[in-house]
Design a protein around this ligand. Structure first.
Ligand code: NAD
Length: 510
């Protein structure tokens, strides 16, 4: 396939098909990382407009919470149908705006569809517990209720899937939403919102009542809008995805008003390769995890901890594979590595490699690749770096395709290295030794929210809870019981007897 030469025209065509009016006149320019072209221009949301919007979202919440959950699920089912219908268009737009390869752009939309399916089922399963009461003639149970307006702040690298993780669950849980997408990727956000608006029209026609006005909206702007959401008492939950720096700035603001935050922050993910590892499988898994999405996933593999006995063989194989990586336009079939998001990301990539050399590293790869027709894009050659040990700079997340390798002798040493970073998102062990695998997954093993065996740290399915510990923020989203973060829990005691026994045998005779 040829690279489409007029990306702005393609973006506007896709937007029109997705139901977004022409986005060409606003103050905020949207730059494609593919070739540096201006894809469009959108309006910023003024801060005072956000204030009024939160008020309207709260009114929408009061109406939506009274709609039975399975009916709320029907709206999310319709959103899933719109996404199925427009998967190609939205997937392409994701590639244009975020620079990920087309297959990953489509995969991101598939992830939205998957979470919609999950949430539809969930809409009939928002159940609490019935608990044995210590008092005769009493029942004890818990119920789950909608929370209110949920603020959703998202990062550029998963411009739409992270919204869908939050939105699908929050909507079936009975909440209203306000989404502040990354300022780098507003077009895909407007497109996703347009699909939800279409689903809302169908829902209204089917149920005979409208979806409350401003149940879900998008605000466009930078960190200041995120801060306004963080500070507003009418937003009981702020779910924020992005860098640890962002989380550390945002969380104290939400906490200052005793609100809740759900944080999905940076990772610094490692894989351990043990002597018994299947190296064929490990090479493929490591390469996908390290260079996929151009190293711009929160779960990207950044550190390789290799047993000394297999280190030379594995590194030689990885160098061979790295030399063959197809780097180029993400819109061309067969490309494996696309561009970084922009010049600042490329500069951070170069600086990290310089620092690695200063700390004793030997670097293979690095540098900028010129892609014909995409000269305005920042295409890095993924780097493999042999380090003398886990030095200071390896403890930081550089959002680029750099894979540092260190050696180890014992599994305890490898696990200690894996855990000795501030972040705690995703981890992996390649081994065919059951004892090693179970040790890694035990309480004394990986300290991450995600711990895998014989599969890389990236590429999670929506069925499990997603998130990490320490500087990754502690939040859990997506599957399992992550929905509970979007609801409030009430404990109910009902006395159906004629007596009034007090708990713990307390006597209070009048
Ligand atoms: P970023 O932190 O620069 O921005 C993320 C979002 O936060 C944007 O919408 C931004 O406008 C907003 N923001 C920034 N500062 C803010 C503040 N002080 N208050 C409120 N909002 C603020 O991140 P990015 O460059 O877009 O994305 C890359 C980062 O996101 C990486 O660190 C990556 O690991 C992380 N990430 C984490 C996950 C996860 O699930 N753990 C998923 C995707 C990305």
């Amino acid at each position: 396939m040829m690279v489409p030469s007029d990306l702005p025209a393609l973006a506007q065509t896709l937007l029109a098909r997705l139901g977004v009016p022409a986005a060409t006149t606003g103050a905020r320019l949207v730059i494609s990382p593919v070739d540096g072209a201006v894809l469009g221009a959108v309006d910023n949301t003024p801060p005072e407009a956000l204030d009024a919007l939160i008020g309207r979202a709260q009114a929408a919440f009061l109406a939506w919470r009274a709609v039975p959950a399975p009916e709320r699920g029907a709206l999310v089912r319709l959103l899933g149908e719109e996404l199925r219908r427009h998967k190609d268009d939205l997937g392409q737009l994701v590639s244009l705006e975020s620079g990920k390869i087309l297959s990953e752009g489509l995969g991101e939309v598939q992830e939205m569809i998957d979470i919609c399916d999950f949430a539809v089922g969930l809409s009939r399963q928002l159940h609490g517990l019935t608990i044995a009461s210590e008092r005769p003639g009493h029942t004890l149970r818990e119920t789950w209720h909608p929370l209110g307006v949920v603020g959703i702040i998202t990062a550029f690298n998963f411009p739409v899937a992270v919204w869908a993780w939050n939105a699908a669950l929050a909507l079936v849980c009975g909440n209203a939403l306000i989404w502040k997408p990354s300022e780098r990727t507003p077009l895909t956000a407007l497109a996703s919102a347009a699909l939800l608006a279409r689903a809302s029209v169908t829902w209204a026609a089917t149920t005979g009542r409208p979806v409350p006005t401003d149940l879900s909206s998008v605000v466009i702007g930078d960190a200041r809008l995120g801060q306004a959401l963080a500070d507003d008492r009418r937003v009981p939950l702020v779910s924020a995805t992005g860098s640890t720096r962002m989380g550390k700035a945002l969380a104290p603001r939400v906490a200052a008003r005793l609100g809740r935050s759900l944080l999905e922050l940076g990772g610094n993910n490692a894989a351990i390769v043990a002597p018994s590892a299947d190296l064929d499988l490990a090479v493929r898994a490591i390469t996908f995890a390290a260079v996929g999405t151009c190293g711009q996933r929160c779960t990207s593999l950044r550190r390789l901890i290799i047993h000394h006995s297999v280190r030379p063989a594995l590194m030689a194989r990885l160098r061979t594979v790295y030399e063959r990586l197809r780097i180029g336009s993400p819109l061309v079939d067969g490309t494996l590595v696309g561009p970084l998001i922009g010049a600042d990301a490329y500069q951070a990539f170069e600086q990290a490699l310089e620092q690695a050399r200063a700390e004793g590293g030997v670097v293979w790869g690095g540098g900028r690749v010129t892609v014909p027709g995409c000269e305005g894009g920042f295409y890095p050659r993924p780097a493999l770096v042999e380090m003398p040990g886990q030095t200071a700079m390896m403890r930081e997340e550089t959002f680029a395709p750099i894979l540092y390798a260190v050696g180890y002798d014992t599994l305890d040493e490898a696990i200690a290295l894996q855990n000795d970073v501030p972040q705690g998102l995703a981890s992996a062990l390649f081994t065919t030794d059951l004892r090693e695998a179970e040790t890694f997954l035990s309480a004394e093993g990986s300290d991450c929210g995600i711990a895998n065996i014989n599969i890389g740290p990236s590429g999670a399915e929506i069925g499990g809870a997603f998130g990490g510990e320490k500087d990754t923020g502690g939040g859990r989203e997506s599957g399992s019981d992550a929905w509970k973060a979007y609801m409030r829990r009430a404990t109910n005691t009902v006395n159906y007897s004629h007596a009034l026994p007090l708990a713990q045998g307390v006597r209070f005779d009048l």
